[in-house]
Ligand binder design. Structure first.
Ligand code: ZN
Length: 320
């Protein structure tokens, strides 16, 4: 019991020492001002607006009604989601009474075939490296490819294929490979595997398994504004605005606990997009909606955690 009290005291003492630039409420308020995502640069949606959308029961119903509800959000949809939304719009003219799941089911076969074609051509390219890898690695790669082919050629796989897990396993197999050039080549090829965020066919295949209201929300979900832990929580990253960046749900979820340098590998335009967001925040700081200290801290933390790849220019912050 005594120990607990002491712990509490140290914590509250620490909080007084460090100045936290923005409260959670102030940080969340920024989503009212069309902030671009730190990583992908797309404009984000205020999370409360999404919460209201989640309550709309009509999303599970007729496509024609769902389209009317989602139309105001078309401009913040990410590109693939917008393409799928337009596909729904076209289909709902012919089948206004079907729900979104029924519409996707009509398209599933053709998109699944397209997806498997893209995936298998990439897997072939990866498999080629069995010829040049050291024996043990080549054997492990063969095993992985057999398992993967089993999943993608099975029309009803036990577990759907996961791009993320595949790349993770592949990286593990070649982690001790001395030839860096070949190592990078293999990973670069694997990264070309489509994600539901960059190929309509991958979106359709992934979402046909979902309920109609979930499909509707998934068109919007990637765009929700979130707090990204710059230093991951798993590495003792702080849970306040000294360690929070504003990122869309898609980028936040796809980073997992990986370091920012890996996030930049997957998103080469991240340094430019981070600058775009910072310029917007600087503008808001002139209107006293964002605090200078938050932007200064963001610059420092990003510089360190990205191994200097993100070097924000904040000189405008000091111009009158
Ligand atoms: Zn993003």
């Amino acid at each position: 019991m005594e120990k607990k009290v002491r712990k509490y005291k140290t914590q509250s003492f620490r909080c007084k020492e460090i100045q936290i630039p923005l409260t959670r409420k102030e940080l969340k308020n920024l989503f009212n001002y069309r902030i671009p995502c730190l990583c992908c640069g797309y404009e984000m949606l205020h999370p409360d607006i999404y919460m209201h959308l989640m309550e709309r029961k009509e999303l599970g119903g007729k496509a024609s009604d769902v389209i009317k509800i989602l139309e105001p959000f078309e401009n913040i949809m990410h590109p693939v989601e917008r393409q799928v939304f337009n596909m729904f719009k076209t289909m709902s003219v012919k089948y206004p009474d079907k729900n979104l799941k029924e519409l996707l089911e009509m398209k599933k076969d053709i998109h699944e075939l397209a997806l498997v074609k893209i995936q298998s051509s990439i897997f072939n390219k990866v498999s080629f490296y069995r010829r040049i890898l050291p024996k043990k690695m080549a054997r492990q790669l063969r095993k992985l490819m057999i398992k993967t082919n089993d999943i993608i050629f099975d029309p009803e796989p036990h577990k759907p294929f996961s791009r993320r897990i595949f790349i993770h396993k592949l990286k593990n197999i070649i982690k001790n490979l001395e030839n860096r050039k070949i190592k990078e080549e293999i990973i670069e090829i694997a990264r070309r595997l489509p994600r539901s965020s960059d190929e309509v066919c991958a979106f359709v295949v992934k979402n046909t398994r979902k309920r109609p209201e979930v499909i509707a929300l998934n068109l919007i979900h990637p765009s929700i504004g979130t707090f990204e832990h710059l230093q991951p929580k798993s590495l003792n990253g702080m849970n306040n605005s000294l360690n929070f960046a504003l990122e869309c749900a898609y980028c936040n979820n796809s980073r997992h606990h990986y370091p920012i340098s890996v996030q930049i590998e997957e998103n080469p335009y991240m340094p430019e997009n981070a600058q775009k967001q910072t310029d917007k925040l600087i503008n808001l700081s002139k209107k006293e909606i964002c605090k200078k200290a938050y932007i200064e801290n963001l610059k420092n933390v990003l510089f360190i955690l990205s191994s200097q790849q993100i070097d924000l220019d904040i000189t405008k912050l000091y111009e009158m």
